[in-house]
Design a protein around this ligand. Structure first.
Ligand code: UD1
Length: 330
């Protein structure tokens, strides 16, 4: 059985994947520099603190732990920040990935699962993206991830490595057992901001744009529960271990909710109205971004369990309550 290195395993998505791997009795080592991740999120998994850009450390880790599969989550993910500080994104998301890939090639790693993003599509026609849609990122974050996808593609073509690229749509929710969740400080994600506003941690939540050509005028996204997304990683690993060819899969449900629908659900589950401010559109936001999610269902036999806005928001709210109780924030 493969020993698995999870970079960014102390972060929001990586930590959920680690828990599922452990529940499936997989051997896991985490590499995380804790710049945005939290040691608490790793629970009792083995954690090595350091950068994926550190060649010596990565080589040593791969060798010492006899790693044969890598899941690569470690990255910066805030789109507006990537616009103002692009080199930070190319440095960490692209150059550090190049280093990781070089170490993987050197140490005979067989499989890589790479966290990519719907941001590689930019603004697809009709707001619907399939894996074969045009790749036209509109921000450095999307470009930094796309460049890594291409390095992986070329490395797999040149060696025995096989890989899966997973393109995430809007990830939300948290572990239904409440042990881990989205702890990002100063978060910009709608679901987190809205839950924080519901609990009085923020004064209000803004709607960025009410004049989009959508049903209620607000932006529409494909929100995927983090547990279903984590499960897609396990399915991808099984697929590669059984000899599956390198491939790319969208991770979404194939349908969307508007900002207003998300906020209505937060208010309903929290039992009181939210303080909402309607503001102009945010730069760089497409009106609608929905996954064509057919390939992952057929290719990986992925069967989501949480395709339900109420469950997504309820688990997010539960986690915010927990953070508040433990004073686990800035
Ligand atoms: C998120 C991801 C991005 C990914 C994309 C895929 C992060 C930080 N962003 O971006 O990596 O490529 O999904 O679809 O992980 N909104 C408000 N008020 C707010 C915040 C957001 O109205 O306070 C609106 C936005 O205008 C947008 C929707 O809510 O219409 C979702 O925004 P957000 O949660 O920030 O995610 P994305 O920008 O879609």
């Amino acid at each position: 059985m493969n020993n698995i290195l999870v970079t960014g395993g102390a972060g929001y998505i990586g930590s959920h994947v680690v828990q599922q791997l452990r529940r499936n009795n997989r051997n896991v080592v985490i590499l995380d520099n804790l710049s945005t991740g939290f040691k608490q999120a790793t629970l009792d998994s083995e954690l090595i603190i350091g950068d994926t850009g550190n060649r010596e450390l990565v080589n040593q880790t791969l060798k010492n732990h006899n790693i044969t599969a890598v899941m690569h989550f470690a990255a910066h993910t805030i789109v507006p920040e990537s616009v103002t500080n692009p080199l930070k994104y190319y440095g960490n998301n692209t150059c550090a990935t190049r280093n990781l890939l070089a170490c993987c090639a050197e140490n005979g790693v067989k499989h890589i699962i790479f966290s990519s993003t719907a941001a590689v599509y930019g603004i697809p026609d009709n707001g619907l993206a399939s894996e074969d849609s045009l790749l036209k990122p509109i921000n450095p974050y999307g470009t930094s991830k796309l460049m890594s996808e291409w390095m992986l593609r070329d490395l797999s073509a040149a060696t025995n490595l096989s890989h899966v690229v997973l393109r995430y749509f809007n990830v939300a929710g948290s572990d239904p057992q409440g042990r881990i969740g989205q702890s990002t400080r100063k978060a910009t994600l709608l679901t987190k901001v809205a839950c924080e506003a519901a609990l009085g941690i923020r004064d209000h939540v803004a709607i960025f744009g009410t004049d989009y050509p959508t049903l209620d005028g607000t932006g529409v996204r494909d929100y995927i529960h983090v547990e279903d997304l984590a499960n897609a990683h396990l399915m991808a690993l099984n697929y590669l271990e059984q000899g599956g060819k390198s491939n790319t899969f969208n991770c979404g449900y194939g349908h969307g909710y508007s900002v207003r629908e998300v906020l209505d659900m937060v208010a309903k589950l929290n039992g009181k109205p939210l303080n909402i401010k309607e503001l102009p559109r945010r730069a760089g936001d497409p009106p609608q971004l929905i996954a064509d999610a057919s390939r992952i269902r057929s290719g990986l036999n992925w069967q989501p369990q949480y395709d339900n806005l109420e469950q997504i928001i309820q688990t997010s709210l539960n986690w915010e309550h927990k953070l508040l109780q433990h004073n686990f924030r800035d």
